[in-house]
Each structure stands twice: as structure tokens, then as C-alpha cells.
Design a protein around this ligand. Structure first.
Ligand code: CTP
Ligand code: MG
Length: 398
């Protein structure tokens, strides 16, 4: 059962054009203004306007994409959304949209998705004018340029600017008048107001809005990109919680040649050559820290454990991982899991893998798995000059 009352208004949003002049390589409605498409931005204005059934006319084959945008824009009004396939011309697309309008609807607005930034107030004005008794309503802007009538290269006359206006959408109509005008139209018209006027009806104007400009050429898209307001993150709130998890990657390299004994993957390796480094040179631990910190957007190992922090000189993996877990916690995250790989000729890792995983997992407070490989004699690890380590980490909200 719908929680929204059945509206008397429908907005037909025509979005079935190919966008030839924009030349973006896909139908214009799905070209991005920012992370969101032209259609998604257009529907923001539509749904912020008067309560209405919304019929999106999409390019044939792209109905699913249109429905995704429409449902997201509709929010709680998603029951009011319908998507139909358009035709070869704008006029055919409008006709296809009209078929889907619900029987109870009395006022129909037709709107170009290409006028993506049209403010909701324009929809309100058009609906109010039709509701007050006007059969056909057209939003217009005054003409600011001086206009001349010309033939070839010759100026015939100046045209009185007061008699000119720039036509926009949404154009609003009494439903019965629009439908009968469409039924009887035999030729192509530039817009719905012209079609209805040709059927013998008077068309009235309401003020349009500069933001209702139509995205036609690439320069118009640039203008829209500058003028568009960001759409709030509706996706995140609709998405399952697990999707707010984030991943990060980290790598580290240390050369053999340090003093003392080798520390790697949280373990001491008696009899193995030590790695050099500010701390113990444990490349596996450092790669894990970088992966975790970048996953949480908290900078990297240098941000928190740099050379200017003498307390970490000579520190082992447990200190680094415990502190990283604290940093995550302070920022509202916890580690999900970490997968690390060490590339080295030595030490021979297999026999102590479980021990290393247990030590690293205990220090972090989350599962850490470690694999090891040699590099077939290639590169600095193959030459036995040092070790390389890689880690991928998942962090999840606490
Ligand atoms: N439109 C439509 N069906 C068509 C042609 C156009 O629904 N067969 C829609 C467009 O999606 C657009 C509006 O009508 O929202 C205005 O058309 P226009 O700006 O000309 O868009 P396109 O036809 O896509 O662009 P172009 O003419 O450059 O190909
Ligand atoms: Mg066109």
C-alpha cells in the first residue's frame, strides 16, 4: 500500500535523445555532470517539486538505468515512478510517455531531462498556473540580446525584443487538451506548447529560470558542471552497511644489512641476516600498517611512525600494529582482516607461517594471513639484497 496519496499531476521527463550535438559517446541523459548523470540531476528538481507521478522516457534498452536513477531520486516517492521507452523524435517520446500517465491525473507537465538544473520552483509555478485555469503554460525567460530579422547576409528589420521570449520546460497542460492535441498532430512541432497552440489553444507564460538552460553542446555541459549542486549521498544510506567497509593497500621494502638479528612478520629469526631500517625493518608489519591506515584514510606509516618519533626506533611489529589498531579505533574503524605477502629468498617462511600469523593477529586484534614467495632469482629479492612485502587490508566501521 502506498503511503503517498495519488497525485493529480504527472511529469513526463523526456530523456530518450541520443545527444548527437553533445557527442559524449552515450545517450545524453546518462552523461555525468559529476558522479551523477544528467537524468539524475533533472529528477532531483522534479521530485523536489509538486507531488506528481513521474514518467521517465528513456532510450530503448536503457530503461533499467533510468529506473535506477529515478528510484534513487524518488526516495520515499518511488511508487510514483514509471519508465517507458522513447521514440525516434522528441514528439514521439512525449507521446510514449503520455500513454503511461495514470487515469486520475488531470495536469501533465512535459520536461526535458537535458534541462538538468531546473529548480523545483519552476515546476510549482507551472502547476499553479494550470491549476488556476490556464490550459497551457510555458516557462519563459526575457530575451536579453538584440535580435534582427535577416535574409542571407542582409538585415531586414530589427525585431521588438518585448515581443520575444526564450521558451523552456517544464511546459504544463490540462491533460485532456494535451492528449487530444497529440492525437490530432500530423506534423512535427518544436515543442509541446507549439503543438497545443496549433490545436487551437491559448498558451500562457510563467517566469522561467536561468538554471533551466538546456544542455546541448559540450560548453553547456561545462556550465552545468560549474553550476550544479552536489547530490547528497543517498546511495550510502540505501546500501547495506557492509558496503561502507573500505580497503587499503601497502607495500614496503627493506635491505639486508642491519645490526643484530632478523625481525620479520612479527617474529625473531635467529641466525638470519638482519634488515636495516629506522625500526626493526619488519617490512611485512610496515606494509600491513600502510594498508590499514590508507584503508581508513588516516595517512600512512610516515604520518604516525616517522623518523621524528624516537619511541618507535627499534620497535617491533606488535608495537606498530597495536598503535595502528588504536588509531583506527579513534577514527571509528576496526580492522576486518589483512592479507600480506612477503617476497624473499630467506628466511624460509613455511615452517613458521602459523606462528607469524598468530603473532600479527594478536597484536592487531583481527585476522592477519601471510603468504611467502621467492621471485625465481629475479629482482633485488631474487638477488638476496632485501625483502619486499605487500598487504591488503579491510577496515569496517566500529
Ligand atoms: N528527446 C527524447 N527523444 C528523442 C529526442 C529527444 O526524449 N527521440 C529528449 C532528449 O532526451 C532531451 C529533450 O528531448 O531531454 C530535448 O532534446 P535535445 O536537447 O535535442 O536532446 P537530444 O535529441 O538527445 O540531442 P541531439 O539533438 O543533440 O541529438
Ligand atoms: Mg534532439
Amino acid at each position: 500500500m502506498s503511503v503517498v496519496p495519488v497525485p493529480r499531476v504527472a511529469v513526463v521527463v523526456v530523456a530518450a535523445g541520443s545527444g548527437t550535438r553533445l557527442g559524449a559517446g552515450e545517450p545524453k541523459a546518462f552523461v555525468g555532470i559529476d558522479a551523477h548523470s544528467i537524468l539524475r540531476h533533472a529528477l532531483r528538481g522534479v521530485f523536489a517539486g509538486p507531488l506528481a507521478q513521474v514518467v521517465v522516457v528513456a532510450p530503448a534498452g536503457r530503461e533499467g538505468d533510468a529506473l535506477t536513477d529515478a528510484r534513487e531520486a524518488a526516495g520515499a516517492r518511488r511508487d510514483l515512478v514509471a519508465v517507458v521507452a522513447g521514440g525516434a523524435s522528441r514528439q514521439e517520446s512525449v507521446a510514449a510517455g503520455l500513454v503511461a500517465v495514470w487515469p486520475d491525473v488531470e495536469i501533465v507537465l512535459v520536461h526535458d531531462a537535458a534541462r538538468a538544473l531546473t529548480p523545483p520552483e519552476v515546476f510549482d509555478r507551472v502547476v499553479a498556473a494550470v491549476a488556476s485555469g490556464q490550459d497551457a503554460v510555458l516557462p519563459v525567460l526575457p530575451m536579453v540580446d538584440t535580435v534582427k530579422r535577416v535574409r542571407g547576409r542582409s538585415v531586414l528589420a530589427a525585431v521588438d525584443r518585448d515581443e520575444l521570449a526564450v521558451a523552456q520546460t517544464p511546459q504544463g497542460f490540462r491533460r485532456d487538451i494535451l492528449e487530444s492535441a497529440y492525437r490530432t498532430a500530423r506534423t512535427a512541432f518544436t515543442d509541446d506548447a507549439a503543438l497545443v497552440q496549433a490545436a487551437g489553444h491559448e498558451v500562457f507564460t510563467v517566469p522561467g529560470d536561468a538554471l533551466s538552460f538546456k544542455i546541448t553542446a559540450p560548453a553547456d555541459l561545462d556550465r552545468a558542471r560549474t553550476a550544479a549542486l552536489p547530490i547528497p549521498g543517498v546511495r550510502a544510506s540505501l546500501a547495506p552497511v557492509t558496503l561502507s567497509a573500505r580497503v587499503g593497500v601497502g607495500t614496503d621494502v627493506h635491505a639486508f644489512g642491519g645490526d643484530g638479528v632478523l625481525w620479520l612478520a612479527g617474529l625473531e629469526w635467529p641466525g638470519e641476516q638482519a634488515l636495516s631500517g629506522h625500526s626493526d625493518g619488519d617490512a611485512v608489519a610496515h606494509a600491513i600498517v600502510d594498508a590499514l591506515l590508507t584503508a581508513a584514510g588516516l595517512g600512512d606509516i610516515g604520518t604516525h611512525f616517522g623518523l621524528d618519533r624516537p619511541e618507535f626506533a627499534g620497535a617491533h611489529a606488535d608495537v606498530f600494529l597495536r598503535r595502528t589498531a588504536e588509531l583506527l579505533g579513534e577514527a571509528g574503524w576496526r580492522a576486518g582482516n589483512v592479507s600480506a605477502q612477503v617476497q624473499a629468498n630467506r628466511p624460509r617462511f613455511a615452517a613458521r607461517r602459523g606462528e607469524a600469523e598468530a603473532a600479527l593477529s594478536a597484536a592487531l586484534g583481527a585476522p592477519v594471513s601471510v603468504s611467502a614467495t621467492t621471485t625465481d632469482g629475479l629482482g633485488f629479492t631474487g638477488a638476496g639484497q632485501g625483502v619486499a612485502a605487500y598487504a591488503v587490508a579491510l577496515v569496517v566501521p566500529q
